[in-house]
Design a protein around this ligand. Sequence first.
Ligand SMILES: [Zn+2]
Length: 138
Amino acid sequence: MSAFASYDKLLDRLYSSLPEKKTTGERFEVPTAEPLIQGNQTIIKNFDAICSALRRKPEAVAKYLSKELASPGSIEGGRLVVQGRFGLKTISDKIQSYVDTRVICRECKKPDTHTDEIGRGVKILICEACGARTPIRA
Ligand SMILES: [Zn+2]
């Protein structure tokens, strides 16, 4: 009995302390892309900042963007250089779709997630907040 009692007390303390705790992801903000068109290239100047806000490897985001934009891209000193001219709207839309499909949990809508590869080219999104595992369509 006493073990249960202390466990209850422990839970009480745990729950009562929850509201004070600042949960991560409540204010999930991705910096707005800063594309710079130079000749026939588009340079996303704050690519590094975007990737760290998304908590994703720049290589993974670069791969997605160049596939979506159907144009080769390369990372140069924290900036993404894509062949072709793309405006802010296009770039922002692609980043948003990356967020929607590869960052935000479908179940709880929180961004506290990471991805894992479970088989040949099969990726899943794992939520650290609710534990949901959602397949990612390539
Ligand atoms: Zn979740």
